[in-house]
Design a protein around this ligand. Structure first.
Ligand SMILES: [Zn+2]
Length: 66
């Protein structure tokens, strides 16, 4: 779980009313991508969440050993 620094974010982003990445308020961000130091949720819209969070598949790709 990522921890975000609320410094530099707007009140809407801190409140979960706007996407933490692109500031979009509509559609309302719904994906929890991390938390603030005070343990409240950091929300992002679907597109940004996919960019922020690595795809689960990527972590299991193994390089062939020689
Ligand atoms: Zn976004």
């Amino acid at each position: 779980m990522l921890t975000f620094d609320p410094e530099g974010l707007s009140w809407a982003q801190r409140d979960g009313d706007a996407c933490v990445v692109c500031h979009k308020k509509w559609p309302r961000p719904r994906i929890r991508v991390g938390r603030f130091p005070d343990d409240s949720s950091v929300l992002a819209c679907q597109d940004c969440a996919e960019a922020l969070l690595p795809a689960p598949l990527a972590t299991v790709v193994a390089f062939p050993m020689r």
